[in-house]
Design a protein around this ligand. Sequence first.
Ligand SMILES: [Fe+2]
Length: 226
Amino acid sequence: MNPPNFASGFFHPAHDRRNFIKRAGLSAMLFAVPGAFAEQLLLTPKQTEGPFYPDHLPLDTDNDLIIINDSLTPAVGEITHLSGRILDGRGDPLRNVLVEIWQADNNGVYLHTRDTHAKREANFQGFGRFMTGSSGEYYFRTIKPVLYPGRTRHIHFAIKMKGREKWTTQCYVKGEPWNEKDGVLKGIKDPKARKSVIIDFAPLKNSHAGELAAKFDILLGFTPEA
Ligand SMILES: [Fe+2]
């Protein structure tokens, strides 16, 4: 039997099928490679931990920073319901991620023995933790961050997961004029990445007490170890 004559324009079905399989194999591989599409989603920029990660933990480390244990006196400040999701670079939720936040109290003072520039507000927990479930969501009740010398309003986040170093970032309050002058925030050079950490602290619907709601999703370029 003569070999097919390609020069004459003969269409060889086996040859075409082989090319199709090659193409299909390539796209299947792209789907299988973790992070292959990570560039398509904007990852949350990592930012410094800063000097005031608590050097001692509060008596209570739950996700309600307004009430320490079963105290009857709530913290002073603008109560804020802070929530969001911890996602991987493909936008899939990450479970079993320990989310920690810490921030200064309404007087601008951290839960840290070296922060002595003003009097600490005794009823503010200053630090809280939340472990994500399958939805990747977290929730904290806290206060809207205040200004303290040298920084714009911000809340610190630490992300802890199995087999990974602690990863830290910060979120900021949209509309705060001091954002323009803040060295840490300006340290994020990519404008889109910088914008992604500045969030709305908006009035909570149907709240008579003037409470606020804020949403901060964190997209990580890595996943926990299995
Ligand atoms: Fe800070």
